[in-house]
Design a protein around this ligand. Structure first.
Ligand code: MIG
Length: 791
């Protein structure tokens, strides 16, 4: 095999190597490369061809573990062996990676790259938005890998199309394109260059930490290979071994950081629109929600609350006294979140503009003159979020909003977007003292804005910050939640949102959601009902719609629709303890909240390409209706356990396709047999009813099972949990022939508010005896209450 055939990345012959701690330095004729053994299953490949220093904005505190590995010469190259992997490195820096059993996972492609012949030119693609596609000549970095047998691809953050990314080509260049996002759109607001490969049941990840424009092609160019490429920058990528997808995602969040535990209120229902543009209208919405008994925790203010779109200001004609208004809303149980855009209005005498100008806080052209473009405020300048000084300044200004009573911040337009043509490549930013071009930092602009916002909010409040951002890079989960931008009120977009959110979750951004009901275009009663049914299970549950579209609040259609929406929003509130547990787990190991079935059923190949079902945590399977007028739908229940219909409590064997009737008030929901699900009380907003009672629903299966569950509580808003102020409950259910045993145990008791009563609701007990912590208890209507479980 001629390793150097592909001249593009010609490193030349391998000359020798040296081991320095956990780094293997390899000398090639043309270039020196570094292979870092991060741990036994994460390997970093680094070639500082663009800049000597690594300049990652995704990786902050990656600690290398000292782990054992061996390096030796083999025929034609060198071999690096860790406890779990074998890497073979050959001339021209060709790398092949095997697992311990010798199964090849990922190998550099040796053939010529030869795009499929697109006869007579690809005029359709040339007309598409943005740059030419597959213009390989423009790639400074290009790594192609052999397409292995039975390959599937996932991840890549927020992309259009199906769950499995095989056959797609995508570009990472944060882009605000308001046209209806279709499957041929190759770029959206976020750039997360992280790909999961799954071949013959073995998963691995590739995280290409490069924030220039990057490209991922999963066999669209040619089905013999897949590749990742970049317009410029260093070659810096991580290989993360599974073999489970779960382990790959965990590895990715070890590298890029975990989502911090969110404040509890952020999990409630959120109501938004562009715009509730004056106090009267906002209060009308707040009152309607309470009068109609539709639970809601958060109301949003879109751009019209500002004075002429000047950031950190209020339009006092529309909102005469924001502090008093927000106080009233807070007393009604609402939090208020305000939007902010990066663009600062050019306007002498406006404090933010003057301060920024004076201190050199704005991006400049290549001559050092402050760069202007146009956004909502008209002529605007762009804060240089790359600079720590600017982030600090922006962070401190958050106090203006906090002092008005605002609880969270919505970062929009931070791709950054611009109305007067795109920002030129050579707009300059100051990256910690190094001048860098827009071309280099475009994809991390929103990420750094989120970082500054997070730090500012944390400092101003001492509480867990809540931020929603549109633009992201790898690792944004450390600072912010995300929504998927300007979708449309169409069935097509409801359908597409499911694989999109599942892949975002697999890409570290577990706290994500779409505009429920759709942003552009008019929503319909039926579409809203179906979208709310999906929203009930998505981490960020926000109804939002654009200016000029018809109302789509939960009651905006008819009474039946209102009733359906209420029913599902109430279900959301009921599931909050379960959702919060998922968030807690995610904050520890990156496990997404909504996830594709394959995440928990990797042995069942039938789950690999299911686009219209998802799991919410491992216990709840949702098969939403995403077709107009569907009276029934087929769905797949994965193999390995039984599934219990949430509505009828009927039990189904796993590993089969079933048909479920779906009148518009029924979203098919299945609970994993043997599940333990903590649930909460009915309330209008989180914290309305102080309760010291926990409900635990148990879904027994026919088969004998033993299941465990971890439940977590804390004050839901501060950082005191980090000092041990939390409670952790362990619940174990053993379902035997004659009896069912429940063990309920508190492990940590750091948080003062403990449950005084626990009520178990046991489904499908089938007349068996029930004991809790060794004592036989009576059940009445499937319910058993125990008091003082904390003793
Ligand atoms: O150019 O602030 O995606 O959610 O309502 C449009 C107005 C600007 C785009 C956001 C959308 C928001 C809208 N914004």
């Amino acid at each position: 095999m001629d390793n150097c055939k592909d001249v593009k990345n010609s490193y030349g012959k391998l000359l020798g190597y040296e081991v320095e701690n956990n780094i293997v330095n390899i000398e090639f004729e043309e270039e020196k490369v570094y292979i870092k053994i991060v741990n036994s299953y994460i390997i970093n490949f680094f070639v500082p061809s663009f800049r000597k220093e690594r300049n990652s904005k995704a990786v902050e505190n990656l600690k290398d573990k000292n782990c054992d590995f061996e390096v030796e010469f083999i025929n034609g190259g060198i071999q690096i062996s860790t406890e779990q992997l074998q890497l073979k490195v050959y001339d021209c820096f060709k790398v092949d990676i095997y697992d311990k059993e010798g199964t090849r996972l990922c190998a550099d492609y040796r053939g010529d790259s030869k795009p499929f012949n697109r006869r007579y030119g690809d005029y359709m693609l040339a007309e598409a938005e943005g740059h030419a596609i597959n213009n390989q000549e423009e790639y400074k970095l290009y790594i192609s890998k052999n397409m292995e047998e039975e390959m599937y691809f996932y991840g890549l953050g927020e992309k259009t199309g199906h769950l499995n990314k095989k056959g797609y080509h995508y570009v990472n260049w944060n882009t605000d394109n308001a046209k209806p996002h279709g499957e041929t759109f190759d770029r959206l607001y976020k750039s997360i260059p992280f790909l999961i490969g799954l071949s013959k049941g073995n998963a691995f990840g590739i995280f290409f930490d490069n924030h220039f424009e990057t490209y991922f092609d999963m066999g669209r160019d040619n089905s013999e290979y897949y590749y990742f490429a970049a317009a410029d920058g260093n070659l810096d990528y991580y290989f993360i071994y599974g073999p489970s997808v779960k382990k790959v995602v965990e590895g990715y969040t070890i590298i890029t950081g975990n989502m911090p535990l969110p404040a509890l209120w952020t999990l409630g229902y959120q109501q938004c629109r562009w715009s509730y543009d004056n106090e009267t209208r906002l209060m009308e919405i707040a009152n309607s929600l309470r009068e109609k008994g539709i639970p809601c925790d958060t109301l949003y203010l879109d751009i019209d609350y500002m004075d002429g779109y000047r950031v950190f200001t209020w339009n006092k004609e529309r909102f005469e006294n924001p502090e008093a208004m927000i106080k009233t809303l807070n007393n009604m149980g609402f939090k208020v979140v305000t939007i902010i855009d990066p663009g600062v209005k050019v306007d002498k005498g406006y404090k933010i503009y003057d301060e920024g100008l004076e201190n050199g806080y704005f991006a400049t052209d290549n001559q050092g003159i402050v760069y202007r473009n146009e956004v909502w405020p008209g002529d605007s300048v762009y804060p240089d979020f790359l600079s720590p000084k600017v982030r600090k300044w922006w962070g401190e200004n958050q106090k203006i909003m906090i002092d008005a009573g605002v609880s969270g911040i919505w970062n929009d337009m931070n791709e950054p977007a611009s109305f007067n043509g795109p920002l030129p490549d050579d707009v300059m930013f100051n990256n910690d003292g190094i001048l860098v071009t827009h071309k280099e930092v475009h994809n991390i602009y929103g990420h750094m804005m989120a970082k500054g916002t997070y730090e500012g909010l944390k400092k101003a409040t001492g509480k867990r910050p809540f931020i929603v951002t549109r633009a992201c890079y790898a690792g944004t989960q450390k600072y912010s939640t995300a929504w998927t931008g300007d979708n449309q009120s169409t069935w097509e977009h409801l359908r597409m949102s499911i694989p999109m959110l599942m892949n975002l979750g697999l890409s570290g951004m577990a706290f994500c959601g779409t505009d429920v009901g759709g942003f552009g275009h008019d929503c319909s009663a039926e579409l809203l009902s179906r979208w709310v049914q999906v929203g009930t299970f998505t981490p960020l549950f926000r109804n939002h719609s654009a200016m000029g579209t018809r109302d789509q609040e939960p009651w905006a259609f008819d009474e039946i629709t209102e009733e359906i929406n209420r029913k599902y929003i109430k279900l959301r509130y009921k599931l909050l303890p379960y959702l919060y547990d998922m968030m807690w787990r995610c904050s520890k190991n990156g496990e997404p909240i909504i996830r594709p079935l394959l995440f928990n059923y990797q042995n069942d190949k039938k789950t690999y390409e299911i686009n219209d079902e998802f799991l919410c945590g491992e216990n709840i399977l949702v098969a939403p209706v995403v077709e107009q007028g569907a009276k029934a739908r087929m769905l797949y229940l994965p193999e390995g356990n039984s599934w219990i219909d949430y509505w009828t409590k009927e039990e189904y064997e796993g590993g089969q396709y079933i048909i479920k009737e779906t009148p518009v008030d029924v979203c098919p929901i299945y609970v994993k047999g043997g599940s333990i699900i903590p649930t909460g009380e009915d309330q209008n907003y989180i914290g309305e009813k102080k309760t010291n009672k926990l409900n635990i629903e148990v879904y027994l299966s026919k088969e004998n099972t033993e299941t465990r569950y971890h439940h977590y509580t804390d004050d839901g808003e501060s950082f005191r949990y980090q000092a041990g102020e939390f409670n952790h409950y362990k619940i174990k259910i053993t379902n035997l022939d004659e009896k069912v045993e429940i063990k309920f145990k508190v492990i940590d008791k750091g948080y003062k508010e403990k449950y005084e009563n626990v009520e178990f609701i046991i489904y499908n007990l089938r007349d068996k005896d029930l004991s809790v912590n060794g004592e036989v208890v009576e059940t009445i209507n499937e319910k058993a209450v125990i008091s003082n479980p904390n003793k």
